[in-house]
Design a protein around this ligand. Structure first.
Ligand code: GDP
Length: 482
C-alpha cells in the first residue's frame, strides 16, 4: 500500500469526499484513512486527469548495498576490536560531571596538556595504549532519548553513587534505564575523600537491585573513587577496559561509515554542526552522508581537542560539518555511495513521515493490546508503576504480576513513589511500556511529552480498577475510552 485516500486527495488538490464518492461508484466502501495500492491509486488519479508515479524505494537496500568497500577479502569478516563507549549516570550532584572532567583532564597526553578542549558531546581518552570513548552528556535523559530514537551507542554504564549519600531516586532510575537497555553497569562510588564516606552502605543498598560486589560473592564491579582528588580513577578506567574485553566489542573499519548523532546544533559561521559517533566503518572527508531528513558531504571533521581529522574509525567521536540541516541527536547516520543517493534517502524519508503522520502511533496502548497480541506483535505488556506511597506500589505490582498468562506476560520495568515525570515517559517510550499512576498526577511537561510520544498513561485511585482494565485489555474486552 502506498498512499491513503486522504493523502492522495491532498496531493491532487481535490476533496477527499470526491475521491470517496468515486471509489463508491466503483463499488468500494472506504474511509479517508483507507490505504490504496499503486494500481488503485493510479486508476483513481487518472479519473481526475492525474498521473501517479510509482516511487517504491528500498531504503534498507540502498544503505547496505555494497557497504564493504575496502576489505581485502571482499567480505565482512574484517571486524576488529573497537573502543568501548561509556555513559556516566547517577543521581544529581553525585559527581557525574566532575568525574567526566577529571577523567578527561588526567588523560590528555603530555603534548596536548594545556590544550583547549571543548564540549562536543563525546570525547575519547587513551589508557595504556587503549581507547575509551565517553559520552559527556551525563544522565539518563540523554541516554534514554537516544535509545528511544533507535541509537544503541552505549556499551557500558558507569553508575556514580556518592559515598556520603547512597542510593537515591535517580540512582534507581539509572539502574532501570540501563537494565532495560541491557547495558552492563560498573559502579563508581564517588566522593571517597569525604570524611563521612560510607562505601559499605552503598554496596549494601545496591544488593537490593541484584548488584553485588565480587568480594561479597556477586559479579558487579565496584570502584571507590574521588573525582576531586582523582584517587583511583585509573582503576575505574582499567575496569572499563576489562569489561570491554569481556563484551568482545568489534567493528569493521573497512566499510562505509554508519553510526549515531550524539549532538547537533546550528553554528552561525559553519552551518549545521553534528557530533557523530562512528559505530562501524570509517568516515572520511568528502563522504556523502545522510542522517534523518538531512544529507550532504563531510566538509570538516574535528575532535574535542580541536584537531582536524581526515578520517574517523569505530567508536571515534568527531564533530562534522557539511550537512544540509541540523540532524537530531539519537538519529543514525550513514555514509552512502553518492550525494545523489544521500538526497534520495532523505527525500524518501520525508515522504514516509508524511504517510506516517496519517497512520496511528505504533506505541503500545491498553486499547491496542489485544489486537497486537492476536497479531503476534507482542507477547508481553511492560508497565511502569507510580504511586503516592510505597505500600501501593508493592500492592499494585503484586496484583498485576498475577495477571501474567502464557499469551501475555506482565513485566514491571520500573516503580517509584511520586508523580509521573519526563524520565518515566522516556523510559516508557523507549521500552514500549504503559504507565500506571495511583493517586498521583503527571507533571505538565511529562503529560505533554507523553502526548507527543504516544505513551499511554492511566490514572487510578483503586487497584481493583487497574487490575480489571488490564485483564479486560488482555482479553480484548476493554471498552475504548472517549
Ligand atoms: P552531577 O550533578 O552528578 O554532575 O555532579 P557534579 O559533578 O556537578 O558534582 C556535584 C558537587 O559534588 C560539586 O560541588 C562537586 O564539586 C562535588 N564533587 C564531585 N565529586 C566529588 C568528590 O569526589 N569529592 C568531593 N568532596 N566533592 C565532589
Amino acid at each position: 500500500d502506498v498512499i491513503t485516500v486522504g493523502e492522495l486527495a491532498k496531493r491532487m488538490g481535490v476533496k477527499s469526499k470526491d475521491l470517496i464518492t468515486e471509489l463508491m461508484r466503483q463499488g468500494q466502501m472506504v474511509t479517508i484513512n483507507h490505504p490504496l495500492d499503486y494500481e488503485t491509486a493510479a486508476i483513481l488519479a487518472s479519473e481526475f486527469n492525474y498521473e501517479v508515479e510509482n516511487v517504491a524505494f528500498d531504503e534498507e537496500h540502498v544503505l547496505t548495498d555494497d557497504a564493504v568497500i575496502t576489505d581485502e577479502s571482499g567480505s565482512d569478516e574484517g571486524a576488529i576490536p573497537r573502543p568501548p563507549v561509556v555513559t556516566i549516570m547517577g543521581h544529581v550532584d553525585h559527581g557525574k560531571t566532575s568525574l567526566l572532567d577529571a577523567i578527561r583532564a588526567t588523560n590528555v597526553t603530555s603534548g596536548e596538556a594545556g590544550g583547549i578542549t571543548q564540549h562536543i558531546g563525546a570525547y575519547d581518552v587513551t589508557v595504556n595504549g587503549r581507547k575509551i570513548t565517553f559520552l559527556d552528556t551525563p544522565g539518563h535523559e540523554a541516554f534514554t532519548s537516544m535509545r528511544a530514537r533507535g541509537a544503541k551507542v552505549t556499551d557500558i554504564v558507569v553508575l556514580v553513587v556518592a559515598a556520603d549519600d547512597g542510593v537515591m531516586p535517580q540512582t534507581k532510575e539509572a539502574i532501570n534505564h540501563s537494565k532495560a537497555a541491557g547495558v552492563p553497569i560498573i559502579v563508581a562510588i564517588n566522593k571517597m575523600d569525604k570524611p563521612d564516606a560510607n562505601p559499605d552502605r552503598v554496596k549494601q543498598e545496591l544488593t537490593e537491585f541484584e548488584m553485588v560486589p565480587e568480594d561479597w560473592g556477586g559479579d558487579t564491579i565496584f570502584v571507590e573513587v574521588s573525582a576531586k582528588t582523582t584517587a583511583n580513577l585509573d582503576s575505574l578506567l582499567e575496569m572499563i577496559l576489562l569489561q570491554a574485553e569481556v563484551l568482545e566489542l568489534k567493528a569493521n573499519p573497512h566499510k562505509r561509515a554508519k553510526g549515531a548523532i550524539v549532538e547537533a546544533r546550528l553554528d552561525r559561521g559553519r552551518g549545521p554542526v553534528a557530533t557523530v559517533l562512528v559505530e562501524e566503518g570509517t568516515l572520511r572527508i568528502g563522504d556523502p552522508i545522510v542522517s534523518g531528513l538531512h544529507y550532504g558531504r563531510v566538509r570538516t571533521m574535528t575532535n574535542d581537542r580541536g584537531d582536524r581529522l581526515e578520517e574517523a574509525g569505530p567508536s571515534c567521536p568527531v564533530e562534522v560539518t557539511g550537512l544540509s540541516g541540523t540532524p537530531v541527536a539519537g538519529d543514525t547516520f550513514h555514509a552512502v555511495e553518492s550525494e545523489k543517493v544521500a538526497k534520495d534517502v532523505a527525500t524518501h524519508r520525508q515522504r514516509k513521515i508524511r504517510e506516517q503522520e496519517l497512520a496511528t502511533t505504533s506505541k503500545i496502548s491498553l486499547e491496542q493490546l489485544y489486537a497486537r497480541l492476536q497479531q503476534g506483535e507482542v507477547q508481553e505488556l511492560k508497565v511502569i508503576i507510580k504511586a503516592d506511597v510505597q505500600g501501593s506500589v508493592e500492592a499494585v505490582r503484586d496484583s498485576l504480576l498475577k495477571l501474567s498468562t502464557d499469551a501475555c506476560r506482565l513485566v514491571v520495568i520500573h516503580t517509584a513513589v511520586g508523580g509521573i515525570n519526563e524520565s518515566d515517559v522516556s523510559l516508557a517510550s523507549a521500552s514500549d511500556a504503559i504507565i500506571l499512576g495511583f493517586n498521583v498526577r503527571a507533571e505538565a511537561k511529562a503529560a505533554a511529552f507523553a502526548e507527543e510520544e504516544g505513551v499511554d498513561i492511566r490514572f487510578y485511585n483503586v487497584i481493583y480498577d487497574a487490575v480489571n482494565d488490564i485483564r479486560d485489555a488482555m482479553e480484548g474486552l476493554l471498552a475504548p475510552t472517549l
